[in-house]
Design a protein around this ligand. Structure first.
Ligand code: FAD
Ligand code: UDP
Length: 366
């Protein structure tokens, strides 16, 4: 087989690169070991006709107009702002913590400046914010940390807040107003026909060939390409020569409830201290689908299994940098994506990274 470009992984990183390079006139072979395109953002209708996200809830949000415009070539959008409640001491509260959370939890009647003053009193400021524990304690103090963050983090990562880089908990802001949206990005949208339809459209190009159920490592030596784009785990590419990079996995428990029009009041409910799962998502909120029944997913984090999350810690970053130094020496291979760059990237950051890498390849490919 002879192609200009081989792309390993038909997830967002691989598909964006494929389309950019195909549009520029290159022939592209995309392979994926899974039986579908879309990577973890893949969606499908379950046996009951409800559109679900098999690999957990995916909500698109971005401030990057360029990313939105690029994706808009392949989908129209449905406006959707995600809202999340946390079940704490048997009651539901808005998360991110906001004025409503404080008033409901402590039976107060704070206005915005009162909420700010209240947080100022309980927060435990730190000179240096190094870990997620530093970040949470310096934002909301120890009681809210125990109620909303420590247990969830322990379940999600199998680690204490103090063992994770600050960036993990920094994803969740603290608010003194009543804004109960999970994200505050300028653009918060869902692909109108779903993610898989968007991916199919992206890969529908005469220069793109897609082979599914094809593992790179079983045919590495048989494919000829001038350039390879690799979006799988970087440690696997180098045969784990510096040891395994830890990734966090999740067991997704999908359930359908016939004749239950609504299972919960918002898209996701988090369970920081109760239950073995971290959160429950009801897909109809995200997709806007009408159906007489409903489908949900419960997430049980695991240490073994399909790699889903890089685990942000300084010692893991050190191992990653060893692999990254090797990657930098390979001029005919580009590493991009959440697993190849070992970065806790959202979808929009993946699109931005893939566009940047594609641009670089197009300038340098002889
Ligand atoms: P992936 O989607 O992992 O794609 C990599 C592909 O490479 C996979 O399909 C894999 O099968 C393939 N592959 C790997 N190794 C090989 C090999 N050896 N041979 C062939 N193929 C191979 N982002 C958001 O913006 N909003 C959200 O709400 C959101 N929710 C998320 C929820 C969960 C539970 C998870 C896990 C992630 C979430 N994300 C979310 C992040 C989002 O999934 C990623 O940013 C994005 O999908 C990463 O794309 P990618 O192409 O880098 O990786
Ligand atoms: N987090 C938490 N409690 C919550 C929500 C989040 O402690 O109710 C922490 C936890 O460490 C989590 C991180 O913040 O892993 C990032 O949360 P996010 O919802 O962004 O995770 P993702 O959707 O990427 O799994």
């Amino acid at each position: 087989m002879q192609f200009d470009i081989l792309i390993v992984g038909a997830g967002l990183a691989g598909s964006v690169c494929a389309r950019e390079l195909a549009d520029a006139g290159h022939t592209v072979l995309v392979i994926d070991k899974r039986s579908h395109v879309g990577g973890n953002a893949y969606d499908r209708y379950d046996d009951h006709g409800v559109l679900i996200h098999p690999y957990g809830p995916h909500i698109f949000h971005t401030n990057a107009k360029r990313v939105l415009e690029w994706l808009s070539r392949f989908t129209t959008w449905r406006f959707y702002e995600h809202r999340v409640l946390a079940s704490v001491d048997g009651r539901l509260f808005p998360i991110p913590i906001n004025r409503t959370t404080l008033n409901k939890l402590y039976r107060l009647d704070l206005d915005e400046s009162g909420a700010a003053a209240w947080l100022e009193r309980v927060r435990q400021p730190r000179d240096h914010i190094r870990t997620s524990e530093d970040l949470v304690l310096s934002s909301v103090g120890s009681e809210l940390c125990e109620k909303f963050f420590r247990g969830y983090t322990r379940k999600q990562w199998g680690l204490d807040l103090s063992d994770l880089s600050a960036g993990v908990a920094a994803r969740i802001p603290t608010r003194t107003n009543d804004d109960d949206r999970y994200f505050t990005d300028t653009y918060q949208l869902m692909p109108a026909e779903g993610y898989s339809a968007m991916f199919r459209c992206m890969l529908d190009h005469p220069n793109i060939t897609t082979h599914l159920e094809t593992d790179y490592f079983t045919l590495r030596s048989t494919i000829q390409a001038r350039h390879t784009i690799y979006t799988g785990p970087i440690d696997a590419f180098f045969n784990y020569r510096f040891g395994r990079l830890p990734y966090r996995s999740i067991l997704f428990e999908h359930r359908h409830f016939p004749d239950v029009p609504a299972y919960q009041s918002v898209g996701t409910i988090n369970y920081p201290n109760e239950e073995d799962y971290t959160r429950v998502t009801e897909f109809k909120h995200l997709t806007g689908q009408s159906h007489t029944g409903t489908s949900i997913v419960r997430e049980y984090p695991q240490s073994n299994g399909e790699p889903y999350y890089p685990i942000p810690r300084p010692q893991h970053e050190e191992i990653f940098q060893q692999y990254n130094a090797l990657a930098d020496q390979l001029l005919n291979v580009t590493f991009v994506g959440r697993l190849a760059q070992y970065r806790y990237y959202n979808m929009d950051q993946i699109v931005a990274a893939a566009l940047k890498k594609s641009e670089y390849i197009l300038t340098h490919l002889k």
